[in-house]
Design a protein around this ligand. Structure first.
Ligand SMILES: Cc1cc2nc3c(=O)[nH]c(=O)nc-3n(C[C@H](O)[C@H](O)[C@H](O)COP(=O)(O)O)c2cc1C
Length: 257
């Protein structure tokens, strides 16, 4: 693994203290009008570098370049809420292929999603050629455990596990792997937004995620490394269904204290 470290160019530093102000680890101090590190190790969140007006702080050992923010783009809150209200779990897909640029943009949304302690522990497996074979493996796992689920749940008894039970014939499946499940789920939500913005329909396949985690064979096939688990499986495709209205939800349950 590449060594990450913060490098301060004291010639550029003007001692403004912005880096120290945003540092969650209290790892940057201004002494004699120059910023300095208290310790070499921190969570490497990069906020010090992102805020510095003089480009005096760099983070070494990362794979990508920092990008200058040249404009402020603010999402329209009504449009965001409209998207949340009318997005649906889509289980009917057209056969249309998803362009690679769109898949790349969805993956970028996942890669850039924030993680607890800045772990950056999230990775992705895109199922393409192996999609049907892997789905068959999951079908086998679920068929084996179905009799137990049937004992407890009438809904399970009513549920048929067919060959497209997990992926609904969608063209692209992305399995999100993470050490911390929460990090993977957050990535999933951002990926869903970018997919929606591209006109795609999305389904969270919690069932496939379970199958991937409980089956040693599937774990091996998709290459889940030790220490990671499948956090979520996202099913993507162009919707072959049009929803005409929102769905009912329970009322807001909130307490102000
Ligand atoms: C974490 C999570 C896991 C889910 N897993 C499945 C799944 O395995 N199969 C499925 O058909 N739907 C799955 N869903 C979809 C839910 O059933 C769906 O979100 C819910 O019924 C509300 O419908 P809506 O998303 O259209 O509003 C999952 C949703 C979430 C949030």
């Amino acid at each position: 693994m590449k060594q990450h470290q913060i490098v301060i160019d004291v010639n550029k530093c003007v001692g403004c203290g912005l880096c120290s102000k945003v540092c969650v680890a209290h790892n940057l101090e201004i002494k004699n009008k120059k910023a300095g590190k208290v310790m070499d190790s921190c969570i490497m969140c990069g906020q010090c570098s992102a805020v510095c007006p003089k480009e005096a702080i760099a983070l070494e050992g990362f794979d990508d370049c920092q990008i200058e923010k040249t404009e402020d783009i603010r999402l329209n809150p009504d449009a965001v809420l409209h998207t949340i209200r009318f997005r649906r779990s889509v289980r009917n897909f057209k056969k249309t292929k998803i362009p690679q640029e769109v898949v790349d943009q969805i993956l970028e949304a996942g890669r850039l999603t924030h993680t607890a302690k800045n772990m950056q522990d999230v990775s992705f497996v895109v199922l393409d050629k192996e999609k049907d074979r892997i789905e068959k493996m999951a079908v086998k796992v679920f068929k084996a455990i179905k009799p137990i689920a049937d004992l407890f749940s009438p809904m399970a008894r009513n549920n048929k596990i067919n060959d497209s039970f997990f992926f609904f014939k969608a063209p692209v499946i992305i399995i999100i792997l993470a050490k911390d499940k929460t990090n993977g789920i957050l990535a999933a939500q951002n990926m869903e937004f970018v997919a929606e913005a591209n006109g795609l329909g999305v389904l969270y396949s919690g069932f496939f995620t379970i199958a991937a985690n409980i089956s040693r064979k599937i774990r091996k096939e998709i290459g889940i490394p030790k220490g990671k688990k499948a956090a979520m499986t996202l099913v993507f495709g162009y919707p072959d269904v049009k929803y005409l209205r929102s769905t009912p939800h329970k009322g807001l349950e909130v307490r102000y204290m």
